[in-house]
Design a protein around this ligand. Structure first.
Ligand SMILES: [Ca+2]
Ligand SMILES: [Ca+2]
Length: 215
């Protein structure tokens, strides 16, 4: 009987790994070259919709002349969260820096002015593509939340919870191309955490009993 418990635990953990592996393969992609130009109007962002569990790519480009900003709305469903936003690929013609990226909720009808009131309408914003931690291959969600470029934004840390968010990117003095990977993960169920805890606790008790009985 005491050998049965570790086997049940092993099978359970294998099933969890299988589920997570399958989820990681899910993908939703919005590519401007395939799906059309993302909206350049802050009041009418392109609605990409509800993201899949796993990696979701948004691929596009902006120009400073003529001015092309990109705005898009994504939804993270209940029970899931936006864990990371990785800048998978990036190019810019701006030798001095990178593009601007911001996230906000609700509706903005005009570009916020760069003052306290304007900045506070954003959850966060940052410059990407040229500094450590927010360049090609890096997660930029933490930088968005810390608001290094938008000090008076609302700020956040860690994953963004379920909800609807608008993203805004532009390059003020050049042209940029980008591929953002939005990684959506399931929020661990309390019941799952409790079950793993119970299994591990049971395993520990049984091992102790087995040791005592063998003395
Ligand atoms: Ca564009
Ligand atoms: Ca980062």
């Amino acid at each position: 009987m005491c050998y049965l418990f570790p086997r049940i635990l092993f099978v359970f953990l294998c099933l969890q790994v299988c589920v997570l592996t399958n989820l990681a393969q899910a993908a939703l992609i919005y590519n401007e070259s395939v799906n059309g130009e993302l909206s350049g109007t802050i009041g009418i962002p392109t609605v990409i919709g509800t993201l899949d569990l796993g990696i979701n790519n948004v691929i596009g480009s902006t120009t400073s002349s003529p001015l092309d900003r990109d705005f898009w709305i994504i939804t993270i469903p209940t029970g899931q969260r936006l864990s990371t936003v990785t800048l998978r690929s990036y190019t810019t013609t701006d030798a001095a820096g990178g593009g601007f990226m911001a996230v906000y909720t609700g509706t903005l009808t005009t570009i916020p002015t760069n003052d306290v009131a304007g900045q506070s309408q954003l959850l966060g914003g940052t410059l990407v593509g040229f500094a450590a931690g927010r360049s090609q291959g890096d997660n930029v969600l933490d930088d968005l939340g810390l608001s290094t470029a938008v000090p008076n934004a609302q700020k956040f840390s860690g994953p963004l919870p379920a909800g609807t968010y608008t993203f805004w990117t532009q390059e003020a003095t050049g042209n940029q191309t980008y591929n953002y990977e939005f990684n959506v993960t399931a929020v661990p169920e309390p019941s799952t955490i409790a079950l793993v805890g119970l299994l591990l606790g049971g395993l520990f008790v049984r091992r102790r009993r087995a040791r005592v009985n063998h003395r």
